[in-house]
Design a protein around this ligand. Structure first.
Ligand SMILES: Cc1cc2nc3c(=O)[nH]c(=O)nc-3n(C[C@H](O)[C@H](O)[C@H](O)COP(=O)(O)OP(=O)(O)OC[C@H]3O[C@@H](n4cnc5c(N)ncnc54)[C@H](O)[C@@H]3O)c2cc1C
Length: 494
């Protein structure tokens, strides 16, 4: 591995074209590779902390050509490699087993083009989600997919996970906003997929790569659609005695034909954690749940829509409706919502953020069952979720050093997923399958479906070296041919 590291270091630090790269040459203190145990500590996991393990090397390329050369070197040595953005993933997608190389894209962070006429941006994969919207704002535009982690997560990670966010309800997920991609294949070849006009003929390979969780190659450039900033925005904070009533209100709003830009529910335990934290926004601590409902569009149309939402919430049992008075109060509500996972760090050392989708009509009943499961397993379970999409996030706060509690966390998690699938839902809405839910993918797809997916993956990634062990188990033939990828399943099984 020392020899491989030296080769990778040279690719990055001795690049004769470094001065001409979009991000320029490496800044002071920016190492090409990390490899000392203490440096690798933060690469043991992403935001799913259940199965930590350390890679051998982390390398920081600064260009597509460097990524391609790094991949070729890894392949020559038969070493698995794992693309990584900001490491905020919640399903272990960027998890790297011992003996592997992490290729971190965070230094490819330039916005290469922002075209207000065609409303598109061309960005490197390490651009942070929120930075793109900040850069587009002076042109009256924004990038719509807004994961709650948007101050940290990267566009490359968003593409790989097909990330969603509170405003997915109206604007769609990442896949609806990606027009074209540059992809370094696991053999080092560079492909350009899709077209900035959104009219690419042939197979929709952009659609295949979005959501592929880094198993088909490494995304090195992304062309995205930008949206015009809405003329008007209204944000309501609706207070309910319990989370089930809030879910009923969401069902009624959707049935009414209104198209809010966001419908988010925060339950009582989450409110308490948020109000005790730096994200405090004056949420009512005695509420059973709050619904954040946002409407946007033509300013003149909004007052009547606000009244309709207010009426529908009252019918569902709302106790009070507060309306954000200005942009700074609106920002406060969203800061509280988007900071909720972080605030839960106050409740316990570990947080298991679940992610499942159910038909919206089933929300009240499923939420009641999820809470019952949490109680039955004696767990600290809270809910903060994209209710308008039926996308649940039951969050379990726990301490993984307590073996008995950890066992209950895992058993409850399985039951929650089973209940959601039985109601006609799926095992993930936006966080991906990663290594976390590989064993649950059978709940949604049968053998023939999975075999087709395996064939697709093998066409891009035939020897399984690119992000092994994610989404689907490593194919047996690859594992036999390459003991280094076989090791992955053993690591996961502990
Ligand atoms: C507090 C918090 C809130 C969150 N809220 C949301 C939310 O509202 N909506 C949502 O969808 N997610 C959410 N997430 C999950 C996470 O932020 C997203 O999945 C995000 O898209 C991951 O981006 P990242 O840059 O951190 O990627 P990483 O975690 O580094 O990687 C994620 C996956 O992408 C792959 N990958 C990364 N970069 C590339 C690349 N350039 N080419 C190919 N593959 C690549 C990795 O191999 C891995 O499989 C949240 C996470 C946290 C911690």
């Amino acid at each position: 591995m020392a020899k491989l590291r030296e080769r990778l270091e040279r690719i990055v630090s001795e690049d004769p074209r470094a001065a001409d790269l979009p991000g320029g040459p490496a800044g002071p203190g920016e190492k090409a590779c990390l490899w000392r145990p203490e440096e690798l500590f933060v690469y043991e996991c992403d935001a799913l902390t259940l199965t930590p393990s350390r890679p051998e090397i982390v390398v920081f390329p600064r260009s597509t050509e460097q990524v391609s050369r790094i991949v070729r070197e890894c392949r020559t040595d038969g070493v698995p490699f794992v693309p990584r953005g900001a490491g905020t993933g919640l399903s272990g997608g960027a998890h790297a087993m011992p003996g592997s190389v992490v290729i971190e894209l965070s230094r490819m962070r330039s916005i290469l083009e922002l075209d207000p006429h065609d409303r598109i941006a061309v960005v490197q994969p390490g651009v942070v989600n929120a930075e793109l919207s900040r850069a587009a704002a002076p042109h009256g535009l924004f990038y719509a997919p807004d994961p709650s982690s948007q101050q940290a997560c990267t566009i490359g990670g968003n593409v790989a996970e097909n990330a969603g966010g509170p405003h997915t309800l109206k604007h769609g997920t990442t896949t609806n906003h990606v027009l074209a991609l540059e992809l370094v294949l696991p053999d080092g070849e560079v492909l350009r997929l899709g077209h900035r006009s959104a009219m690419a003929p042939g197979y929709d390979l952009v659609g295949v790569v979005v959501g592929s969780e880094g198993t088909l190659g490494i995304v090195t450039e992304v062309t995205v659609r930008l949206e015009p900033l809405p003329e008007g925005v209204e944000t309501l904070l609706v207070i309910f005695a319990d989370v089930v009533s809030a879910c009923r209100a969401v069902g009624a709003i959707i049935r009414s034909g209104l198209v809010p830009s966001a419908l988010e529910i925060v339950d009582q335990r989450t409110i308490a954690a948020v109000e005790d934290s730096v994200y405090a926004a004056g949420l009512p601590r005695d509420a059973g749940a709050v619904l954040i409902a946002e409407l946007d569009g033509v300013a003149r149309a909004l007052p009547s829509q606000v009244e309709r939402v207010r009426g529908l919430c009252a019918d569902a049992g709302a106790q009070e409706v507060r309306i954000a008075e200005d942009d700074s109060q609106r920002a406060l509500f969203w800061r509280a919502r988007k900071g909720a996972f972080g605030a839960m760090g106050r409740l316990a050392p570990d947080l298991y953020v679940h992610d499942a989708v159910v038909p919206r009509v089933a929300l009240p009943e499923i939420l009641a069952q999820v809470c019952e499961i949490g109680d039955r397993y004696r767990l600290k379970l809270s809910n903060v979720f994209h209710a308008g999409d039926g996308n649940l996030h039951p969050n379990i706060s726990f301490d993984r050093r307590d073996a008995d509690e950890l066992e209950r966390v895992m058993a409850a998690g399985r039951e929650i997923l089973e209940v959601c699938v039985a109601a006609g839902g799926v095992i993930t809405g936006e966080h991906g399958v990663g290594n976390e839910k590989r064993e649950f993918i059978h709940l949604v797809f049968d053998e023939a479906d999975l075999a087709a997916m395996e064939k697709l993956r093998d066409a891009f990634n035939p020897d399984g070296l690119c992000n092994p062990g994610k989404i689907l188990p490593t194919p047996r033939a690859c594992a036999e041919a390459n003991p280094k990828t076989r090791g992955y399943d053993e690591v996961l099984q502990g």
